[in-house]
Design a protein around this ligand. Structure first.
Ligand SMILES: [Zn+2]
Length: 116
């Protein structure tokens, strides 16, 4: 499963963060996952919980996921808008299809609560 390797990589980077900060554990971590990232949130959370026991200091880490919407800016009129579907988006204001993707592809850490 795709999400398993992403969760594994994410846990490894959290583990490195602990080492760098010389901290005991990560209590809670918040991440933002874009709807275009290709990550199934439920699978990602499941994999995270299944794997975290292998990492010292991450055994009890609480994972909070925020899904970020798909946002575009119209290159024609500058209007910014959010869409639910990725198929053939067009500007709701002027109908242009020349759009710039602003968000939706990210897997990004918002913040982490660390106990030292
Ligand atoms: Zn437009």
């Amino acid at each position: 499963m795709h999400e398993t390797s992403i969760a594994m990589g994410f846990l490894e980077s959290l583990s490195q963060l602990l080492e760098r900060e010389k901290a005991k554990k990560v209590v809670k971590v918040r991440v933002r996952i874009g709807k275009l990232s290709g990550i199934v949130v439920d699978s990602f959370v499941f994999a995270f919980d299944a794997l975290k026991g292998q990492f010292k200091g991450l055994e009890e880490t609480e994972l909070v996921v925020e899904e970020s919407p798909i946002r575009y800016r119209c290159n024609s009129c500058g209007h910014e808008f959010t869409v639910e579907t990725v198929f053939f988006p067009e500007c709701p204001k002027c109908g242009a299809v020349d759009l710039k993707l602003l968000s939706g592809e990210e897997l990004q850490v918002i913040d982490a609560e660390i106990e030292v």
